[in-house]
Design a protein around this ligand. Sequence first.
Ligand code: SF4
Length: 276
Amino acid sequence: MILTLSPSGLTTYQECPTKFLYSNVKRLRQLEEKRDKMDRGSLFHKMLEKHYTGIINKVSLNEIVLEVTNYARETYRNDEYNDIEMVEACIANYQEYAIYYADDGYEPLAAEVPFSRVIYSSDLHKIVIEGIIDLICRKVQNSIATDLIVDHKTSDKNDLHPTILGNQFKAYAWATEKNVVIKNDIGFQKSYGPADRFHRHVLNYTKEHLEEWRESVIYHGLELINFIEKDYFPMREASCWRCSFRKICESTPDSREWKIKSIYKTGEPHDIFARS
Ligand code: SF4
């Protein structure tokens, strides 16, 4: 069996195998969700993708800002995003961001870079980690060029104690064999100036960190394959208070299929279990 996992899928599985079943295998979505609208984070990520693609293509900053602004307003007109205030907040924040980092010394090399790398392979199974990196940049310091992995994070709060822990950043560092990941925090606090809202945190990894992570991913991946083969996804009831599938798990075991049909629709099947 070939098991393909994204960093977020891996985190969902580690939280609760049942949650992984509902979210990543059955891909359940609430019936009342009429369509998938972009949230603020998704919209801002799209805007930054366009921003850095423009810089890579040597478009002038003025043109880029105009184009990105028009794109954001277009999403509102196209009804992809229904909150005009939020769209305008994204535009205002983006325009400040573009000016604030205009001469930051980071040379963007590629935006939205997909990766897919085998983390484990045996005669029976293969485990693949895949994802998309927001941005790869080059920074030159003292005549030494370093390529950096950048991940954009939008938030309403300052991250005062950024951590190197977490599947996403470690997956990026492991997949690209880089020992530095930049967490590009973009705050949305209305009363703060740009210097208090925009922070770039440097997350440093050693080979030992990444090897330790690799071993734990293999352990969890093989455990998940075992559950898939047995068609048994146990409930790990440690984070139920913030889980969107609570209504299913709270119902009696024999009524769960009915509950799923009455509240959820099934998304497009996701081929994480392609068999070799
Ligand atoms: S409600 Fe709890 S047991 Fe059920 S899927 Fe969510 S985390 Fe798992």
